[in-house]
Ligand binder design. Sequence first.
Ligand SMILES: [Zn+2]
Length: 368
Amino acid sequence: LGEVALLPGLINAHCHLDYTRMAGRLKRPRHFTEWVREIIAAKAAWADADFADSWQSGAQMLVRTGTTAVGDIEAVPELLPAAWNATPLRVFSFLEMTGIGNRPSPRALLQAALDRIGRLKHPRSRAWLSPHAPYSTRPELLRLATSAARRRRWRITTHVAESVQEYEMFTQARGGMHAWLQRVGRSNRDCGLGSPVVHMDRFGALTSSLLAVHANCLSQGDAELLGRRCVHVVHCPRSHAYFRHPRFPFHELTDAGVNVSLATDSLASVVRSGRQPLELSLFEEMREFQRRFPKVAPGRILEMVTLHPARALGLPARLGELSPGAFADLIAVPVSSSRGSLYESIIHHTGGVRVSMIDGQWAIPPAD
Ligand SMILES: [Zn+2]
């Protein structure tokens, strides 16, 4: 293999593979709500085949750049299990549920997702639940989905406290997101009562099985609450930069004992830099994180795409490490001795990995 670092395959705890081909197509928004409305319109113009191509194109990017396991949000669950069969990736698909009106009821939405999951069987991949976000769901869905996941010992994921507009909506019952959602039929009776994190807790949705994605906008005490409830937080550095969110409270969260992972989010919220085509890559995310938090040791940054997401996905000792009993998911990354420490050199790797093995099979075989 030449001069390489042999590593456990990287784990991307939060992605939307089906939006990959929206890369660069949406106008960079002034406000988060603007972007949500744009992507809803863009999705309406796509057929299932577009989503399927987009999903596979994202999966290929992840394999090329060293990801071997992905936690993916499925807005189009009809793509499964065909999408799983067409990729070597280990996929944890979270079936997205949204709904702010009375029909379908939260109970019906959940039942439809459970029925679908019940029909999905695959040797490597599996499906769990994702109530989309506090603002895009009725609180009852958060409560029902959390208890359904708990009974089955499943992981569950939700976008939480992503934007200032979401934060304003829940803390003060005002702002652009609050007004828009009210116009389209959300009751908003659950707003004005505390932060999005407190909202999640009020409906029992903060548990050790939750991957809370983003957690950018926290009130005093929220980080400690997430820590007490053993919630896992997933931070998406390039998506964070795209939306110009307030500083990610990394130190507050880790001081509170929260397990923080890094992930790509979708390619629909990444800024193109120069002429390089946009690609899903955890190496890019590690570098963006390091730009924002230069004092965090490179070895610790690497843990946020290996050991930490393995814990978040409930598979410590199986994913994210090379050890007896772990899955045979591994990659080799070319390293150069010119760049300080080995970890520093790994983080600055660009392009594809030298080899990738997933579940004991070559996803990228060694060159002859
Ligand atoms: Zn997301």
